[in-house]
Design a protein around this ligand. Structure first.
Ligand code: CDP
Ligand code: CDP
Length: 221
């Protein structure tokens, strides 16, 4: 039953996880959970309150200002308590510090527990780095999305342009490669393809083709 399916989508930055996950969630009428937004929200709290890598303090503030999701015409909204942090968590300072905060074991434990709770009723597509390996090891379908660094940097570049942000393509390539390196080499829950995940290389492949492939796998389950 597709209404109860749990789909795990992992992969490096800008491989297309959130774009395809949102479409699949809509098509199947299931929940979409952006776990990256949760690590970004934790990072935002750490930076804004000068907490460094003090996990206890970061978690205390996360408890006081819980991460919540909402919807608007422009897409999903992310809140910390009552505060809308949708745009703030996508800023460069957060992006460039998130790998450091997401490498802290206590932060991961806290967020993974919340993610499992949200998935406990099934009917969910979750995207991140460790969904298939750690968060939902028994998910009905696991996808590992990849694409070349050049293509991923170009995707981010275009995405930024649409938002009116001018970025340097070479800088983006370096930043993406660096975040991949940090995410794949950290000790706790590194970015890694689960043994039973299906590898999809999306280099040169349209969003609709990627979605169609994943939805076909889901229907086969
Ligand atoms: O959208 P983008 O690929 O830029 O990243 P994201 O999915 O928003 O995730 C931001 C960062 O959060 C990643 O670079 C990881 O460091 C961390 N993350 C993680 O460690 N585990 C997850 N399940 C999701 C994100
Ligand atoms: O969530 P993640 O960081 O993995 O990537 P994303 O934010 O979903 O995708 C990054 C950008 O790549 C978006 O602007 C998508 O529209 C674009 N994209 C694409 O051009 N072709 C694909 N097959 C998938 C995504």
């Amino acid at each position: 039953n597709l209404k109860n399916i749990r789909i795990a989508i992992d992969g490096p930055a800008s491989s297309g996880k959130s774009t395809v996950a949102k479409i699949i969630a809509k098509d199947f009428g299931i929940i979409y959970l952006d776990t990256g937004a949760m690590y970004r929200a934790a990072t935002y709290i750490a930076l804004n309150n000068d907490l460094g890598e003090d996990a206890t303090a970061i978690i205390a503030l996360l408890k006081e200002n819980p991460i919540a999701f909402g919807n608007s015409l422009e897409g999903q909204l992310v809140y910390l308590g009552e505060v809308d942090v949708t745009d703030a968590i996508r800023q460069n300072d957060v992006t460039n510090n998130v790998s450091k905060i997401s490498a802290i074991a206590e932060i991961r434990e806290y967020l993974v527990e919340a993610q499992r709770e949200i998935a406990s009723h099934g009917g969910i597509v979750m995207d991140g780095r460790d969904i298939g390996t750690v968060v939902l090891p028994d998910a009905e379908l696991k996808i590992f999305l990849v694409a070349s660094v050049d293509e991923r940097a170009e995707r981010r570049f275009k995405e930024n342009l649409q938002k009116g942000i001018e970025t340097d393509l070479d800088t983006l390539k370096v930043e993406i490669a660096e975040r991949d390196r940090k995410d794949s080499t950290r000790k706790v829950s590194p970015l890694k393809q689960a043994e039973d995940a299906i590898l999809l290389d999306t280099t040169g492949i349209s969003i609709s083709d990627v979605v169609a492939k994943i939805e076909n796998y889901a229907k086969e389950r």
